[in-house]
Design a protein around this ligand. Structure first.
Ligand SMILES: Nc1ncnc2c1ncn2[C@@H]1O[C@H](COP(=O)(O)OP(=O)(O)OP(=O)(O)O)[C@@H](O)[C@H]1O
Ligand SMILES: [Mg+2]
Length: 507
């Protein structure tokens, strides 16, 4: 049977049921904050269009977010192209019919704006285009939508339902040079920790995922921007939340960690990733640091992140499988900016569609994963080496102090001196140039110091110990007792302090 035969017996009219809406809104997004990413993505595309149309300069794209926890309202307003009156209804009631597909815009499925349906009592889109003096709005009654979805007997099809639960309005009073798009969520329900209505949580989230500029606190930023700019347009936005300072990306030279040492980013590694047929698929950068362990989540920079159109796709674990051990992703700070349009985010933008282009990208990222893993592993070995050296040094100094005290019998002295010799050998082994890159001079100096002090104390006959002045038999008794104290004490420095006090008494 060929297609013309099928056509000849008539075309079937597909039935599109209401559950599609459930799939596209409630069921689609796991983290409520992702609705902000969807609306920022739309605004970013509209601002690009406004720039291309000469309505905005390159540095003028702005999104103002207003969050009012008392009225439980969220407004997201951008100064992009907006939507012209004659297209308003058809664009905003269409489902899955994006005119952006194939244009290089970030959105392309035609469903992202529906994400807010699950998180409001009413969801309104309001827009005006340049040259028009009226704005249009379309309001979804989300409560009515939910009751329709719950009603098993309601068998109306999608277009009819959309018609019944949306209202379109026109307002005047807009100046002809205004162009904007507004998303207004009212009656936002409390979900979990109410993050949707927390300006701080929203700012933290968007600073990570949105196309906002790097912070001036990050010295590596100009270098990263220059590399990115040489391959692609950088199109950053001014995003404000409740009128606060515009958001910037969370990277900084030094990021504080509560109760720990700060994370210091100091050196940037770039990798250009070729696509399967020769172009450039992506640019990855990784900022090296001390690799002391998994990066604290509070820094908001943990993990190798993916970005398309400078908006993050997925979360911080998206690329963890490029590391020899997935845990090293949490030790990594970096981004992969993807330019190849054949590497396609999935509908939820929480991962990419599996295809040969994604596989190629991951293959090229694997050496970077191995390089980071080597740094993580050598850094933990190096930390252990330094710790072992310091412990040996402390043990040597403690024994030398005991010898310098002059409180031990000659054979016990020999014993302790031998222990110092052994410790010095251990220190020398730990400080060999092979496994020692930093602080070699300091460690050498420590070894030399221990050796000289040991030699001085074992050679010298003169001691300031009060035992020197005692009759040989009495002195031997004291020495034997002191040796016993050292032998039996759990804590040698406490034992030494005790003997110091006894010596001071008998002096
Ligand atoms: N801020 C905005 N400014 C102007 N037009 C907008 C804006 N937001 C949405 N639109 C219009 O509404 C359409 C649908 O938006 P929606 O987010 O649902 O889909 P999309 O962005 O095209 O694709 P995706 O589902 O991948 O996000 C867009 O294609 C665009 O034409
Ligand atoms: Mg979209």
């Amino acid at each position: 049977m060929n297609l013309s035969e099928v056509a000849s017996i008539g075309t079937a009219r597909p039935v599109i049921g209401k559950d599609v809406l459930e799939l596209l809104s409630t069921a689609m997004y796991v983290d409520p904050l992702t609705i902000y990413r969807e609306y920022v993505q739309n605004a970013a595309d509209a601002i690009d269009d406004a720039r291309a149309a000469g309505l905005l300069r390159a540095d003028e794209g702005a999104i103002a977010i207003t969050i009012d926890p008392t009225t439980r309202t969220i407004t997201i307003r951008d100064n992009g192209v907006g939507i012209a009156s004659d297209a308003f209804q058809s664009i905003l009631t269409a489902i899955g019919a994006s005119s952006k597909r194939g244009t290089g815009a970030r959105g392309f499925r035609g469903v992202g704006r529906l994400s807010g349906l699950a998180y409001a009592r009413e969801l309104t889109f309001r827009a005006s285009a340049a040259g028009e003096t009226q704005a249009h709005s379309l309001t979804w009654d989300c409560r009515a939508l939910r009751s329709v979805l719950r009603d098993f007997d309601d068998r109306r099809e999608l277009p009819e339902i959309v018609g019944a639960i949306t209202v379109i309005d026109e307002t005047s009073g807009v100046t002809a040079d205004e162009h904007f798009f507004e998303v207004i969520l009212t009656g936002v329900p409390r979900i979990g920790d109410d993050r949707l209505l927390s300006p701080a949580a929203v700012s933290d989230y968007l600073a990570q995922v949105a196309p906002v500029p790097m912070s001036s606190q990050f010295t590596l930023a100009p270098d990263i921007d220059a590399q990115l700019g040489s391959l692609n347009d950088i199109r950053r936005l001014v995003i404000t939340v409740n009128g606060e300072a515009p958001l910037t990306r969370p990277f900084a030279d030094e990021m504080p960690i509560e109760g720990g040492r700060p994370l210091c980013l100091r050196e940037c590694r770039f990798i250009e990733i070729p696509s399967v047929d020769g172009g450039i698929a992506a640019l990855a950068w990784v900022a090296h640091h001390d690799y002391e362990g998994a990066i604290h989540a509070s820094t908001n920079v943990r993990g190798l992140r993916a970005r398309v159109g400078d908006i993050q796709v997925g979360d911080s674990n998206l690329f963890e499988d490029i590391f020899p051990e997935t845990r090293f992703n949490a030790w990594t700070v970096g981004e992969v900016h993807i330019f190849d349009p054949r590497i396609v985010p999935n509908g939820r933008r929480d991962d990419f569609e599996r295809n040969v282009h994604l596989a190629n990208l991951k293959n090229h990222l694997a050496p970077l994963g191995r390089e980071v893993a080597v740094r993580c592993r050598t850094s933990s070995r190096e930390r252990k080496r330094i710790r072992d050296f310091e412990l040996a040094h402390l043990a040597a100094l403690e024994n030398i102090a005991i010898l310098e005290q002059g409180s031990l019998a000659p054979n016990a002295c020999e014993h302790v001196a031998l222990a110092v010799d052994m410790t010095v050998m251990k220190m020398e082994k730990l400080a060999t140039p092979d496994n020692l890159l930093n602080g070699e001079g300091r460690e050498r100096a420590a070894i030399e110091d221990v050796k000289t002090r040991l030699e001085t104390v074992t050679r010298s006959t003169a001691s300031s110990s009060p035992l020197e002045r005692m009759a040989p038999e009495r002195r031997a008794n004291y020495e034997e007792m002191f040796s016993l104290i050292y032998e039996c004490a759990a804590n040698r420095s406490a034992a030494k302090a005790l003997i110091d006090r006894i010596l001071a008494k008998i002096a």
